[in-house]
Design a protein around this ligand. Structure first.
Ligand SMILES: [Cu+2]
Length: 295
């Protein structure tokens, strides 16, 4: 007899096969009942979703075909239905077919797979560069070298912390995803990210699901990745490498804003404002919040 949890798993699996990837999804945040990805807002994320949908069709066809064969064999060749079994042991054409067809399927899958890898890993000429550093204190440092360097240090460098639960409730933003200050980028611009971790620290991973981007922040190593966000908004991510006791408490928040707002933001942060002034300013450029998960 099928247990309840198995039944639920089966229903979820069927729903996953039938649901297009964007059903229920929002950009920048997960929503209740969501099965597929968060909405794609970069070319890489769009490619990932497209490839995922193709693979879903391919694996579904294979599973249905193999299941059909198994059921047919069980029905047609069981001892009762087929009392005198065939003595056949080889069939050249069949053996070539079941070797060559899977190879062809794998080669067909490999083409878009390698194209995606190339799209992700071949960093295009960037409009701007941001360095993100995972800190041992379970937060992130962001540096904007393009906004100026002073005494070998970028003028704009700030730390992004978890927004505490009471403040998140008061601002009606999602606790554990919302940060005290966002990383801010302009829309439709190619942003190169240099990702690393504090040399005295541990491995973290920087990710924004809607950007189709996830890369380890490793002490002593500079990893690079890129995104080009094509839609303004607030996008959330979380440290995605089990890094220690506060792993669940180092969210990533990125605001994608228009050029004018980005210019206003960069001009403002270059004046070295205090926290209160920065928070007041941020209210004036904040994009619309994504659909909230549960409050
Ligand atoms: Cu971490």
């Amino acid at each position: 007899m099928m247990t309840k949890s198995w039944g639920r798993a089966l229903v979820a699996m069927l729903a996953m096969m039938l649901a297009p990837v964007s059903a229920l999804a929002a950009a920048g945040i997960a929503v209740d009942g969501q099965i597929g990805f968060q909405d794609a807002v970069t070319p890489v994320a769009e490619y990932i979703h497209w490839f995922h949908n193709i693979l879903l069709v391919i694996i579904t066809v294979i599973v249905v075909f193999v299941l059909g064969l198994l059921l047919y064999v069980m029905w047609r060749f069981n001892a009762k239905a087929n009392p005198v079994p065939s003595k056949t042991t080889h069939h050249a054409l069949l053996e070539v077919a079941w070797t060559v067809i899977p190879i062809i399927i794998l080669v067909v899958i490999a083409i878009p797979s390698l194209r995606l890898l190339y799209l992700q890993r071949d960093i295009p000429v960037a409009d701007m560069t941001i360095k993100a550093i995972g800190n041992p204190g379970w937060n992130w440092t962001y540096q904007y070298p393009d906004l100026g360097i002073e005494n070998d240090e970028p003028k704009v460098s700030f730390i992004q912390n978890l927004l505490p639960e009471d403040q998140a409730k008061a601002k009606n933003v999602p606790y554990l995803l919302a940060a005290d200050v966002p990383m801010v980028v302009p829309v439709n611009k190619t942003v190169k990210m240099i990702i690393t971790s504090d040399p005295a620290g541990i491995i973290h991973a920087w990710t924004i699901p809607s950007f189709g981007m996830k890369i380890d922040a490793v002490p002593g190593r500079l990893n690079e990745d890129w995104f080009k966000a094509t839609r303004e908004g607030v996008y959330y991510g979380q440290c995605s490498e089990l890094c220690g006791k506060n792993h669940a408490f180092m969210p990533i928040e990125v605001w994608v804003v228009d050029d004018a707002k980005f210019k206003a933001w960069s001009d403002f942060v270059l004046t070295g404002p205090d926290d209160a002034a920065l928070q007041d300013f941020l209210k004036t450029i904040m994009p619309a919040q994504p659909m909230m998960a549960s409050n």
